[in-house]
Design a protein around this ligand. Structure first.
Ligand code: MG
Length: 241
C-alpha cells in the first residue's frame, strides 16, 4: 500500500521534532539573592574593610566600615574602586542622612560616577524638589528620572544600573554615545538614557577608557553641610567580555 501524503508529512515532522537543535547554551549564573550577588559578579565592597577602594590621589579610603556598611563622612573625599570597567551591570545600596535643615542639593548628596565620568545622582529627593536632572535617579546634567521613586532619608535604597559606555573614534572623541538604564528601588527611572559626552565632574581625560566606580563626597566648598552617606552591597557584572 502506498503511504498517503498526510502520512509522509506526519513522519517527517516526527523526525524533526525528535531532533535536538544544536545551539549555544547560555552560561550558567547563580542569581544569588538578598545581599548575595550573582556568581559572576565582581565584589567592589567586601563589607569588611575599604581594601577595594582608594582616594583620588591613590591613598587609603577614609570611610569607616561596620556591620557590612561603609560610612563616608563629609571631608573623607571621593573614593574610587580598584576595579575598572566599561559596559557593566552595577548594583549598590545606599542610605542618605535626614537633614531637615537643608534644602535642594544641600540635603544628603552623593553620586555614583560610572567610569568616574558620568554621575548617577544620589540625593535625598523625598519631598525635596530641586532641578530635575539633578535629582535622585538622574544622570546628572543629562537626563531627569522618569519618576521620583525616592524613599524617606535614612531608609536603604537600591540602584541597579545597566551602563553601556561611550565608544571613541581614532580622534579620541565620542563616536558612539553611551547609555544608562536604571532601576531605583526596583522602579525604572532611566530607559536607555543617552550619555553623549563627558558629564559634569568627569575626572577622566580619555572618556572612553575603562574607569573605576567613584562615590562622591559632596563637599569641598564653603558652607558644605556635614553629611554621612552609607553604602553596602556594591558589585558589578562586566558586560563587555
Ligand atoms: Mg551628587
Amino acid at each position: 500500500m502506498k503511504p498517503s501524503f498526510m502520512g509522509i508529512l506526519f513522519l517527517a515532522s516526527s523526525l524533526l521534532c525528535g531532533q535536538e537543535r544544536v545551539t549555544p547554551q547560555p552560561r550558567v549564573v547563580d542569581p544569588g539573592g538578598a545581599a548575595k550577588p550573582p556568581s559572576d559578579a565582581v565584589l567592589l565592597f567586601n563589607g569588611k574593610d575599604m581594601s577595594g577602594w582608594h582616594t583620588l590621589t591613590g591613598g587609603p579610603a577614609k570611610c569607616t566600615v561596620a556591620d557590612g556598611v561603609m560610612s563616608c563622612r563629609t571631608g573623607a573625599g571621593d573614593i574610587i574602586s580598584n576595579q575598572t570597567f566599561q559596559d557593566a551591570q552595577i548594583h549598590l545600596e545606599f542610605a542618605v542622612p535626614y537633614m531637615p535643615g537643608q534644602k535642594g542639593q544641600m540635603r544628603g548628596n552623593s553620586g555614583v560616577f560610572l567610569q568616574s565620568c558620568y554621575e548617577v545622582q544620589i540625593l535625598d529627593s523625598y519631598q525635596n524638589p530641586t532641578y530635575a536632572d539633578g535629582s535622585l535617579g538622574a544622570v546628572y546634567g543629562f537626563s531627569a528620572p522618569l519618576v521620583n521613586a525616592a524613599r524617606h532619608p535614612e531608609e536603604w535604597q537600591t540602584y541597579d544600573i545597566i551602563f553601556r559606555a561611550p565608544r571613541c573614534g581614532a580622534d579620541g572623541k565620542i563616536a558612539q554615545p553611551g547609555s544608562a538604564t536604571i532601576l531605583l528601588n526596583g522602579v525604572l527611572v532611566q530607559d536607555h538614557a543617552p550619555i553623549p559626552k563627558a558629564g559634569p565632574g568627569c575626572l577622566q581625560k580619555d572618556v572612553c577608557r575603562p574607569g573605576p566606580l567613584r562615590l562622591q563626597d559632596h563637599s569641598g566648598f564653603k558652607g558644605a553641610p556635614d553629611t554621612t552617606m552609607k553604602f553596602r552591597n556594591i558589585w558589578l557584572r562586566k558586560l563587555d567580555q
